[in-house]
Design a protein around this ligand. Structure first.
Ligand code: AMP
Ligand code: MG
Length: 271
């Protein structure tokens, strides 16, 4: 078992997020904040190589779904984990409040349009899971509507996997106290204040409702083929190592090889 598998949500298991650590460092017991820089650099290089291989092979793709409470570190994770990876091979997509056109379609419509094509990596900064998280907590649709979505999502993701996409889903797990500090830091720093949204405080006030909604989503949709990982995210450097490792193992697990050259290169002479 890989060290990061400790954060994988076992399919069918019940989830209590209050019992899952937000500041564990046990998957990389030797690492410190300082030493993690070199380690992350090496992982960035490895992920970059694997992205090239994914592209060269051209038959598979990778989807990373990132979910977190506000200030959970989705943006920072994307920035740090994909440093050095060819930007041409990665599509990052944020999903905010749906537009009128999006709302006029089924909730998977906008998401399906952004799934990765062969050879590419797609990163979802928020995702279709908002449709069983914020939508459930704020009663944006009736329960008999959102409660059917877990099954839709399992089927949708299963279809993507059958068609060649590798899916890894990560909840960046921060404590409520850590969020308080990060929100305060946003207020205090002119360069971060623009990120502060008064509605973030309403969301924070419903922390336990959100945790219950997350727990249900993790229980219902962590599958062998499209697993969830609850990554301790109070320490940013540790979060970056864990998410990098999850992605590296996901691509390595495909056993890809560079394709054979199309011509017999032995007979070619470049003049
Ligand atoms: P941010 O990630 O800070 O740009 O915020 C995006 C906002 O869009 C968050 O408050 C999400 O809860 C909200 N959002 C994302 N998807 C949905 C959805 N399907 N329905 C309602 N709100 C959503
Ligand atoms: Mg926000």
């Amino acid at each position: 078992m890989s060290a990061v598998d400790r954060y994988r949500v076992t399919p069918g298991a019940s989830v209590d997020l209050t019992k899952i650590p937000t500041s564990d460092t046990s998957a990389f017991p030797e690492a410190t904040k300082k030493s993690s820089r070199n380690q992350l650099g090496a992982m960035n290089e490895r992920l970059s190589e694997l992205q090239r291989l994914l592209w060269a092979d051209g038959s598979r793709s990778l989807l990373l779904v990132l979910q977190a409470m506000d200030t959970g570190g989705k943006d920072g994770t994307i920035r740090k984990v994909f440093t050095g990876v060819n930007p041409q091979g990665v599509d990052v997509r944020g999903f905010g409040v749906p537009t009128d056109e999006e709302l006029a379609h089924d909730y998977l419509w906008r998401v399906h349009a952004r799934t990765p094509s062969d050879g590419r990596i797609a990163v979802f900064n928020r995702s279709h899971y908002e449709d069983v998280l914020v939508v459930r907590v704020l009663d944006l649709v009736p329960e008999d509507v959102w409660s059917k979505r877990y099954a839709h999502i399992r089927d949708f993701e299963s279809m993507l996997v059958d068609e060649g996409t590798v899916i890894r889903k990560v909840m960046l797990h921060i404590s409520k106290d850590e969020q308080k500090q990060r929100l305060q830091a946003r207020l205090d720093d002119p360069a971060k204040a623009y990120k502060f949204n008064a509605s973030d405080l309403d969301t924070r006030a419903r922390w336990s409702d959100y945790m219950a909604a997350y727990a249900r989503a993790l229980e219902e949709t962590s599958t062998d083929e499209a697993p969830w990982f609850v990554v301790p995210a109070d320490r940013k450097w540790y979060r970056n190592l864990v998410v990098s490792q999850i992605l590296i193992e996901a691509i390595e697990g495909l056993g890809l090889r560079y394709p054979e050259p199309s011509d017999d290169l032995g007979n070619l002479e470049i003049t």
